[in-house]
Structures are given as structure tokens and as C-alpha cells.
Write a new protein. Sequence first.
Length: 170
Amino acid sequence: MTSALNNVLNPRRLPLLMVASAAAVLIAANVFEHGFGYQPCQLCLYQRLPWWIALGIGCLAMIVLKKDRPTLSLLLMLVGFAAVAVGAGIAGYHAGVEYGFWEGPSGCTGARELGGGLSEALGQIQGGMVAPSCDTAPWSLFGISMAGYNFLISLGLVALGAWIMKRGII
């Protein structure tokens, strides 16, 4: 491998890779939500949690690595990659719901049940927006939804991290 590629794939840069990846995914999700108006469903919000965990653990691993504690940093990275792998599972499940492979959770229908009397129903309607249904992909590119891309990115990051760790332990 070239010297530049070896420098980029240096295991000591693994925490930075995790932080940059998590930040990029979370920024993209927020741009779609707040910039383009795509409201997230319940499963979309669940998919963000592992990325927040990975971001925090990656930052902590960077700090620990600066203190010259490579073993602790490696353990933190393993936990961070486990969080991203869990996120891949959530994203894969959500993509399967969107593509109709299986049903989503019952609370993720996008419908609001109006109960009580007329005044209570009006109050619920005026209470705000209803989250979109989990089984409808509001956006896709090349037939792949945002959940599908999240799945692919998560798996790619876990595979790259495992390969880098296998090449040389921090």
C-alpha cells in the first residue's frame, strides 16, 4: 500500500473515523429533517441513537488515546462498533418494513387514534403533527431508502473498522 493510504488506515486514526462517520450521518439526518422537511418516523429516530453513542464513544476514545492508553481506546472502539452494528440491525429492520418484507411496530403507523368526545378529538388534532408511518420511505435514491443507506453505511463502517483493527491493533 502507498504511504498515504497507510497513513489514512492507521489504527490510531480509528476513533477519528468513527467520530467523523457518526457526525456525517447525524448531520445528514438533520439536514433532511430540518432543511428539507422530511419528518422522521419512530424507527428513524431509533436509528439515530447508536450514532449518538458512537459519536460519544469515539470522542472518548480519542481523548484516551491522547493520554497514551491504546488498550482502553481499543476497548472503547469495540463498544462503539458494537453500537454501530446494533444501528445496522435497526436500519435493516426499518428498510425491511419500508420494502414490505415484514410489518413494522404497531405504534409506527402514522395514524392517530382519536378518542373521547368531540372536544378531546379536536384537542388531539390541534396538538401537532403526526409522525409519518414507518412503512413508507419518504425519499430514495437508486431505489434505496434512507434506512437502506443507513444500513449500508453502518455495515461498511463496522467492516472497515474490523479490517483496520485486524491489520494492526492500536
